[in-house]
Write a new protein. Structure first.
Length: 234
């Protein structure tokens, strides 16, 4: 650990809340509790913004110092990628280095990269590579980005097939797939409903049913739509 990294670790430790640490250990069961400091998300994001704005060299050195020792440092890393990168290509390089070290859903899902909107076709091509990669949370990240960026005006029906084709046993990958399809049912019903009405099912039964459940929980779905979704359960 370099001098800059030690300073950042000390500063994160100073921000930690022991009560929140105990809460977080239950939320991210795949992370060793000894690796969780307990920095609350608003404090972490404020610190990341300050680091990116006022100590750019420290932030860059931290991004190059993988792997990190704590869950909170990984969360900071994820926040900094979104804050520092100006182009999708720069973000791709940093993400490809970082995602193999991500070991939980929370770190994976907090990463937001505004620069992605500058070249969505390039992002889609990178998503194709992420969802076929080996690291569990690289696959999940690809699914979450497809859900975040490509279910509105950038949606194409072929995107549904990308997520349907993922054949992995990991719970957090399949939960992301179900999450994706639940939003697809809400935002793009004309393209998505036929996949759930088809028999035999396009998806495995668990992901199929979990997607229907999560869609039914949305306030944007009418009672009539909820009844139809319920009828599609297998």
């Amino acid at each position: 650990m370099g001098r800059h990294d030690r300073r950042i670790r000390r500063e994160l430790e100073a921000l930690a809340d022991p009560a929140y640490r105990n809460f977080q250990t239950k939320l991210v069961p795949t992370v060793d509790p000894a690796r969780i400091l307990g920095v609350r998300t608003p404090a972490l994001r404020a610190y990341a913004r300050q680091l990116a704005r006022e100590r750019h060299a420290d932030a860059r050195a931290f991004l190059a110092a993988l792997p990190h020792g704590t869950y909170d440092e990984n969360n900071l890393h994820g926040e900094l990628i979104g804050l520092i990168t100006k182009t999708p290509a720069e973000a791709f390089e940093l993400l490809d280095a970082f995602l193999p070290y991500v070991d939980n859903w929370a770190t994976c899902d907090l990463i937001r990269v505004p620069a992605f909107k500058r070249d969505l076709p390039a992002v889609l091509e990178r998503i194709r590579s992420w969802i076929t990669a080996e690291p569990e949370y690289m696959v999940r990240f690809g699914v979450v980005q497809l859900m975040t960026l490509f279910l509105d005006s950038a949606f194409e029906p072929e995107h549904l097939a990308l997520v349907a084709a993922i054949d992995r046993p990991e719970y957090y990958i399949n939960m992301a797939r179900a999450w994706y399809f639940s939003f697809a049912l809400i935002k793009q019903p004309a393209a998505t409903l036929p996949l759930f009405e088809r028999r035999p099912c396009v998806l495995d039964a668990w992901t199929h049913n979990k997607a229907l459940q999560k869609a039914r929980e949305s306030r944007r779905v009418t009672p009539e739509q909820k009844a139809h979704l319920q009828s599609l359960k297998v």
